[in-house]
Write a protein that binds this ligand. Structure first.
Ligand SMILES: NC(=O)c1ccc[n+]([C@@H]2O[C@H](COP(=O)([O-])OP(=O)(O)OC[C@H]3O[C@@H](n4cnc5c(N)ncnc54)[C@H](O)[C@@H]3O)[C@@H](O)[C@H]2O)c1
Length: 252
């Protein structure tokens, strides 16, 4: 077991990539806090972990709310005594709503930035003091190619993900000497609830697949392997890295 005795918080751990990471971490021996805004999803993820013999607790959390993040971190420490791993994963892509910059409403912009960027910062802010006290920790930020290059009609989401890279690099530089290693994972196009509406249309799905050298959309477990490696002590020398796990989507 590669994460034995470690304690992990996975935000958005009730579905998609976050759920797959939470399940994998528990299989690898970690005790997992599933920090999730949707109670049904959060509870079902915890149930699935317990069913496979793992240990987990559901912490109802909206990552954009400072009070809820504080309460979630308190739950983790009260329940398990320490925090070794934080996976900042919870994010939203508002459809309808996402569009070009001059058409985006203030509400869509604010909700997107507050969840996708402020949420990653808030969770880091309240977890880092425990990692500093331990002299050790791993923080993983789930980013996106939309934050690296231009995609049409996704101004708020792309801006939030661009910010995630900057936050990741800044935290990586600030805390490396304290034993906290911070990295980003960049998934490709995923078959998760975030894209469910779009990919319920077989035509849309078939349009994407030929662009992916791996020949299929990504699934949560594709990302969980890299998220596990970055959480182990073997990854100590990985600092400020951007790890593409996208089925080759960046190739020509
Ligand atoms: N789906 C993709 O194609 C894709 C591609 C690149 C990057 N990503 C990134 O990967 C991460 C996970 O994406 P996914 O496809 O699994 O998403 P998803 O929508 O399938 O799952 C996200 C989970 O986060 C929860 N959540 C939403 N808002 C929250 C909040 N405020 N507080 C707590 N939990 C909240 C949701 O309830 C859901 O369970 C996100 O950061 C996303 O931006 C996704």
């Amino acid at each position: 077991m590669r994460l034995k005795d470690k304690v992990a918080i996975v935000t958005g751990g009730g579905a998609g990539i976050g759920e797959a990471i939470a399940l994998k971490y528990a299989q690898e021996g970690a005790r997992v806090v599933v920090a999730e805004i949707n109670p049904e999803r959060g509870k079902s993820s915890v149930q699935a972990i317990r069913k496979q013999g793992g240990e987990a607790v559901f912490a109802p959390t909206d990552v954009s709310s400072e009070d809820q993040v504080k309460a979630m971190v308190k739950t983790a420490v009260e329940q398990y005594g320490r925090i070794d791993i934080l996976v900042n994963n919870a994010a939203i892509l508002l459809t309808p709503g996402e569009t070009r910059a001059h058409e985006i409403t203030n509400e869509v912009w604010d909700r997107t930035i507050n969840t996708n960027l402020r949420g990653y910062w808030l969770c880091s802010k309240y977890v880092i003091p425990y990692m500093l006290a331990q002299g050790k920790g791993s923080i993983i930020l789930i980013a996106s190619r939309t934050g690296m290059r231009g995609f049409t009609g996704l101004a708020a989401y792309s801006a939030s993900k661009g910010g995630v890279f900057a936050l990741m690099r800044s935290m990586a530089a600030d805390y490396a000497r304290n034993g906290i290693h911070v990295n980003a994972i960049v998934p490709g196009t995923m078959d998760t609830p975030m894209n469910a509406a779009e990919f319920s249309d077989p035509e849309a799905r078939n349009k994407y697949i030929p662009r992916i050298p791996a020949g299929r959309l990504g699934i949560g477990s594709d990302i969980a392997g890299m998220a596990t490696f970055l959480a182990t002590d073997e990854a100590f020398f990985c600092i400020g890295g951007v790890y593409l796990v996208d089925g080759g989507a960046d190739l020509g």
